[in-house]
Design a protein around this ligand. Structure first.
Ligand code: ZN
Ligand code: ZN
Ligand code: FE
Length: 755
C-alpha cells in the first residue's frame, strides 16, 4: 500500500550536497515526491510502497553526505498525491538567512582519485572539487551561498562544467566552486619580487622544497610557509626568518602511514586525521627525531593533505613530510592575498606558489587532540567554522567578542551559536583589523543585528574597548572564568547551577586581581567564587608571563619569606642576573603588586624551579615542558597542599606546603620527571578535595571543567577520574576549545540571561 511521508530536517543540510543526495536516494527506492529548502531547514516529501518508504527513511541518516549534520528529523504521514517523479524544487527567497554556509572541506576520495587519474579530464587539476568537498566559507562574500557570491564568480563555467552543475545525478550538481582546466583558476610560481617562474609550477615547487628552500604556498584560508621537514637546516632557517623561537611547527604528511611512522596513532586519532575537516592532530612522538619541530613537548602536530594542491605536492615525488606553518610574521594574522603575501613574507619565503582564486576570508588550520574518548580543540577554525554549536534554547541575536588571547567571536541566531574562526592574539593592529572583519562578515552572512554585545571585564583588552565604543545595543560585561564555565555548560546543554573548575593563565577578577585557579558555583545568571588558589604577588605584572623565574621567586617568597634564597635551586639563581632578582625581591617586600591565583603561573613557577626554565617564548611553554617530562612508570606519590576555610563560602588552596616539598626534593637531587609527577598528582588531589567540599556544602553534583590548563592531559584526565570517583558528574569541552578560543560562547549565554 502506498504512503506519503513529510520529512522536516534541521541542521547543516544546505550547500553540502544534500538535495542531490535525497534525489538519488528517492530514485534508488523508486519514490516520487519533492525536496526544497525553507526558512527553517529542508522539507522532503516521499511517496511509494510502504516498505520502500521505510527503507528510504532508514537509509536517509546513515548514508547522508559527510558534510551534512542532521540535528533534528520530524516525520508526518500525509495524504497521497498524483505525481510521477521526484523533483528538486527551487528554494524560496527567504531562505537565504537560514542557508548556513558550510565550512571548507578537504578534497574527498572521489576527487583525489580523479586528480591522479590520467584518463580523467581533471587529471592534476589543482582546483578539483565536488558537492562533497572543496572551499566554502573562505571563498564566500555573502549569502545566499551561490557562485555569484563567491570568488569563483570571476570564472564562468565551460559547457562541460555547467552540464555537471545542472545535472541532479552528477556529483557536481550545484557545486559552486566547480571548475576545470578550461574554465577555472590556475596556479603559478613567482619569486619574491613577484616575477613569474617558468616550468610546471607544482613540479618546480616540489624541486625547490627538495633543495631545502622555503616556499609560501597559497592554501584554503591563507598562505602556509613550507619546508621539507626532514631537512633540519631548512627548518632552523625557517624558524630564524619567521622569528619563531621554540613554538612547535606542525607537519603535513603524505598519508596515514607516514603519520604512523612518526607518532603513535590510535584509531580515534586516525579518524580525526582523515576526517573531512582535516585538522592538525596533536600526536605523541615515537622518538626524539623531530625535536627540532616541537622541542618542548612529546607531541607533534600532524595533518593530512586537504586541497588538491597539497595532494599534488606529494604526488610529484616530493618529501613525505612538509613543515606547513601559518604564513605570517610571528603573531600577525595569516596572509591571504598574493601581493600582500609577497610584501609581508618576502623576507621569509624564497618562492611563492600562488593561484588566482581569491581567498575572501582568512581561516587558520584547526588544532585538535584526542583526550579521554573525545576530541578536544586547541584551536577551532578551518573545517569547523562557521558550523554552529546547537544550543538548548533559542536566543535573541547577541554578539560576544571573546577575550584577548586566541580570540574568536560568537554570534547567536535562534538555537545556534556561530563561533567564528580563530583570530589569534589581539596584540597588534592587523589582528584587530581581522577581528573587526570577522564581526562584520558574520553579521552579514547570518543577516543578524545584535541586540546585546557581551565582552570580558578586563578594561585593557582591545575587544572590550571595541565593545564599549558600540553605542546602540545593550552591553554586558562578563567575568572571564564565569564565561569559561558558561561555555562548557552551553555545549553540554546544562542550565541549572553547576560547580565550575576554571583553570587558566589570566582572567580579570571582580576584585581587580589576576584570577586563574578558580572553583565557581555558577549558572548563566550569576556565579560566586567557591574556591581558589591563594594569592601570590606577580612581580613586574604581565612580564611574569614571559619570565617564569619571577613566579618561582614569588612562590618561594610566599613560602619562606626573607629566607627564600636558602631554598632556591642554584640553577635558578645562576640563570638570572642578580640585579633583576633584587628588583623582584624589592617588589615582593613592598607588597604593592598585582595578586594572582592563576593556575598557569603556578605551572610556570614549578617548571622554572624544576627545569631551570627562566624564560619562555610562547604561551604555556613552561607548562608544556613540565607535562612532557612527567614520569608515569610508577606511582611517585603526591605533593601536599593545604585547604583553608576561614571563609566557609570560599575554600582557599594554600600552595606553601607544595613549594616546601619541591624545594626539599630539589635539595635532595630528585629528578625532574619525578617532581613533575608528584606535582601533577598533588594538584589533582587538592582540586578534587576542594571540589568535593563545595559539592557537600551546596549539594551540587555536576562539575564543568574549563580553561586553557585543561589542555594538560594529566591534569584533565586525573581530575576527571577523581571527581567521577567521588560520585560527581563531569562535563568537559568537546565542541569548542577549553581555552580562550571558546570564551565567547560562554559570554553569549550569560548575556542572553542578563536581566
Ligand atoms: Zn570531491
Ligand atoms: Zn570547466
Ligand atoms: Fe581563560
Amino acid at each position: 500500500m502506498n504512503r506519503r511521508v513529510r520529512v522536516e530536517i534541521h541542521g547543516i543540510v544546505q550547500g553540502v550536497g544534500f538535495r542531490p543526495y535525497i534525489y538519488r536516494l528517492a530514485h534508488q527506492f523508486q519514490l516520487t515526491g519533492s525536496i526544497h529548502n525553507s526558512e527553517s531547514g529542508v522539507f522532503i516529501e516521499v511517496q511509494g510502497p510502504g516498505e520502500d518508504v521505510d527503507a528510504f527513511l532508514k537509509a536517509l541518516p546513515i548514508e547522508a553526505p559527510p558534510l551534512a549534520r542532521l540535528d533534528e528529523i520530524d516525520l508526518a504521514e500525509i495524504g497521497l498525491r498524483e505525481e510521477s517523479e521526484f523533483q528538486i524544487l527551487g528554494s524560496t527567497r527567504s531562505d537565504s538567512a537560514n542557508t548556513l554556509i558550510s565550512p571548507d572541506i578537504a578534497t574527498c576520495e572521489d576527487c583525489a582519485r580523479e586528480l591522479l587519474d590520467p584518463a580523467d579530464r581533471r587529471y592534476r587539476y589543482p582546483f578539483i572539487n565536488c558537492t562533497n568537498c572543496g572551499p566554502r566559507f573562505t571563498i564566500t562574500r555573502s549569502v545566499p551561498y551561490d557562485r555569484k557570491q563567491t570568488s569563483m564568480a570571476a570564472f564562468p563555467m565551460c559547457a562541460r562544467c555547467q552540464a555537471e552543475y545542472d545535472d541532479p545525478l552528477n556529483r557536481r550538481f550545484h557545486a559552486q566552486p566547480n571548475a576545470c582546466w578550461d574554465c577555472g583558476p590556475q596556479v603559478g610560481l613567482v619569486d619574491k619580487n613577484g616575477a613569474q617562474q617558468s616550468g610546471d609550477p607544482i613540479a618546480e615547487a616540489v624541486r625547490l622544497l627538495r633543495e631545502g628552500r622555503i616556499l609560501a604556498i597559497k592554501g584554503l584560508g591563507g598562505f602556509h610557509l613550507a619546508v621539507d621537514a626532514s631537512q633540519q637546516v631548512a627548518v632552523h632557517e625557517l624558524r630564524r626568518r619567521k622569528n619563531r623561537g621554540e613554538k612547535p611547527f606542525a607537519i603535513m604528511v603524505e598519508g596515514i602511514a607516514t603519520a604512523l611512522s612518526l607518532c603513535h596513532v590510535s584509531d580515534e586519532e586516525a579518524a580525526l586525521l582523515q576526517s573531512p575537516q582535516r585538522p592538525i592532530v596533536l600526536l605523541t612522538k615515537r622518538s626524539a627525531q623531530f625535536d627540532v619541530l616541537a622541542p618542548d613537548g612529546n607531541q607533534l602536530g600532524i595533518f593530512l593533505p586537504y586541497t588538491p594542491i597539497h595532494h599534488l605536492l606529494f604526488a610529484h615525488g616530493g618529501s613525505p613530510a612538509l613543515v606547513m606553518t601559518s604564513g605570517n610574521l610571528s603573531e600577525e594574522p595569516i596572509a591571504i592575498d598574493n601581493s600582500e603575501a609577497i610584501a609581508r613574507l618576502g623576507n621569509i619565503a624564497d618562492s611563492f606558489l600562488v593561484h588566482n582564486r581569491d581567498i575572501l576570508l582568512r581561516c587558520d588550520d584547526s588544532v585538535v587532540k584526542h583526550l579521554s574518548g573525545a576530541a578536544q580543540f586547541a584551536r577551532r577554525s578551518r573545517g569547523y567554522a562557521p558550523a554552529p554549536i546547537r544550543l538548548r534554547e533559542s536566543l535573541p541575536p547577541i554578539l560576544a567578542v571573546g577575550g584577548e588571547l586566541k580570540n574568536a567571536i560568537c554570534i547567536s541566531r535562534g538555537r545556534y551559536a556561530f563561533l567564528g574562526q580563530h583570530i589569534g592574539d589581539l596584540e597588534n593592529l592587523s589582528a584587530f583589523d581581522f577581528f573587526q572583519e570577522s564581526i562584520s562578515h558574520f553579521q552579514k552572512i547570518l543577516e543578524v543585528r545584535p541586540e546585546i554585545i557581551a565582552f570580558d571585564l578586563h578594561p585593557a583588552y582591545l575587544a572590550t574597548q571595541w565593545a564599549k565604543k558600540q553605542q546602540e545595543p545593550k552591553l554586558v560585561g562578563v567575568q572571564h572564568h564565569h564565561a569559561h564555565i558558561a561555555s562548557c555548560m552551553a555545549e553540554n546543554h546544562l542550565t541549572d547551577r553547576v560547580i565550575g573548575i576554571a583553570l587558566d593563565g589570566t582572567g580579570y577578577g571582580t576584585d581587580g586581581q589576576v584570577w586563574g585557579g578558580e572553583i565557581l558555583v555558577a549558572d548563566f545568571r550569576s556565579f560566586h567564587r567557591a574556591g581558589h588558589f591563594d594569592y601570590v604577588g606577580m612581580p613586574a605584572g604581565e612580564q611574569a608571563v614571559r619570565a617564569p623565574w619571577l613566579m618561582a621567586v614569588s612562590y618561594l617568597w610566599s613560602t619562606f619569606g626573607e629566607e627564600w634564597r636558602d631554598h632556591a635551586p642554584a640553577a635558578l639563581l645562576a640563570n638570572v642576573t642578580p640585579v633583576r632578582i633584587r628588583i623582584a625581591e624589592k617588589l615582593l617586600q613592598t607588597g604593592r603588586l598585582a595578586q594572582t591565583s592563576s593556575c598557569g603561573r603556578l605551572f610556570d613557577a614549578v617548571a622554572a624551579l624544576t627545569l631551570g626554565r627562566t624564560r619562555v617564548t610562547y604561551e604555556a611553554q613552561a607548562a608544556v615542558a613540565l607535562e612532557a617530562c612527567c614520569s608515569f612508570n610508577i606511582d611517585h606519590g603526591a605533593y601536599p597542599f593545604a585547604l583553608s576555610e576561614t571563609n566557609p563560602e570560599c575554600v582557599r588552596i594554600d600552595t606553601r606546603p607544595l613549594f616546601a616539598a619541591i624545594a626539599e626534593d630539589l635539595r635532595l637531587g630528585v629528578a625532574a620527571p619525578i617532581i613533575s609527577s608528584r606535582f601533577h598528582a598533588g594538584l589533582v588531589n587538592i582540586l578534587a578535595e576542594a571540589t568535593s567540599r563545595v559539592a557537600q556544602r551546596t549539594g551540587l553534583q555536576r562539575v564543568c571543567l574549563s580553561g586553557g590548563s585543561f589542555q594538560n592531559a594529566i591534569l584533565a584526565q586525573g581530575l576527571e577520574s577523581q571527581l567521577t570517583g567521588h560520585g560527581l558528574q563531569v562535563y568537559k569541552h568537546t565542541q569548542v576549545p577549553p581555552g580562550d578560543g571558546g570564551l565567547s560562547l560562554g559570554q553569549l549565554l550569560i548575556a542572553a540571561n542578563s536581566g
